[in-house]
Each structure stands twice: as C-alpha cells, then as structure tokens.
Design a binder for this molecule. Structure first.
Ligand code: TYC
Length: 121
C-alpha cells in the first residue's frame, strides 16, 4: 500500500462528523436530550409607609401573606415606618405578583391605604 493511500484512509477515519465529534464516521450523537435550565429572575416585594394604616394591620399582613413570625413582622413594619419602604420577601415573578395583589386587595377591603409593590432584583 502506498504511503499516500494510508494517509487518506487515516484522514477519513479522523474526519469530524457534522456535530463536531471526532469519534469517526457513521456515528450519530444526541447533543442535548435535557432542556437547558435557566434560573428565574427574582423580584422583591416591598411595602410602603403611609400615615394611616395601623401598625398592627401591617404586622398582620406580614404574618399572613409573608409567613413572618410576630418578631420578624414587627421588625419589618418598624423599618418601613422609620425608613419609608421595606422588603417583605423575594420571589419569582408570578409569586411576587400574587403577593402584591393579595396585599392590595386585603388593604382595600379593610379601607387602609397600604401600598405594596414589586421590583426586579
Ligand atoms: N406609619 C404607620 C403609622 O404610624 C404605620 C405603617 C407602617 C404604615 C408600615 C404602613 O407599610 C407601613 N400608623
């Protein structure tokens, strides 16, 4: 066998397939069976201070919708009272949206002007 034929056969065996795999010809490779996972964007849910909503109502909101114990709820409420705004929790978009709606509906039902908003982290 000539040297050039041996070299051509070797080159054919080493040829990469269309997926860029170098295992040899006639191979098929599944490049990705699993869908690529992406971390979801996160959103802060915030409450705003006002002059009229009772402190006890805000503490109740934090316990009821944000699973805070009384101590944590009181700390957050006082932070908002003193600084104007504070974080209730961090959630994915749909959960944050639901929390905001629940708080706004509950405040309105009880005729308090409490405001709740979300912001992208
Ligand atoms: N500033 C209110 C008051 O003095 C209490 C309050 C706290 C209201 C937090 C809203 O998000 C709030 N009664």
């Amino acid at each position: 066998m000539t040297g050039s034929l041996v070299a051509a056969q070797h080159a054919a065996r080493m040829q990469k397939d269309q997926n860029g795999n170098g295992a040899g010809r006639g191979t098929a490779v599944i490049t990705r069976t699993q869908t690529k996972t992406k971390r979801p964007s996160l959103y802060r849910v915030l409450i705003l201070n006002d002059d009229y909503t009772p402190m006890e109502f805000v503490v109740h909101v934090l316990e009821r919708f944000f699973q805070k114990d009384r101590e944590a709820a009181t700390r957050i409420m006082l932070h908002v009272h003193n600084h104007g705004v504070g974080e209730c929790g961090v959630y994915t978009f749909e959960v944050a949206e639901t929390k905001v709606s629940q708080v706004m509906d509950f405040a309105r039902q009880n005729q308090h002007p409490l405001q709740c908003v979300m912001e992208k982290k």
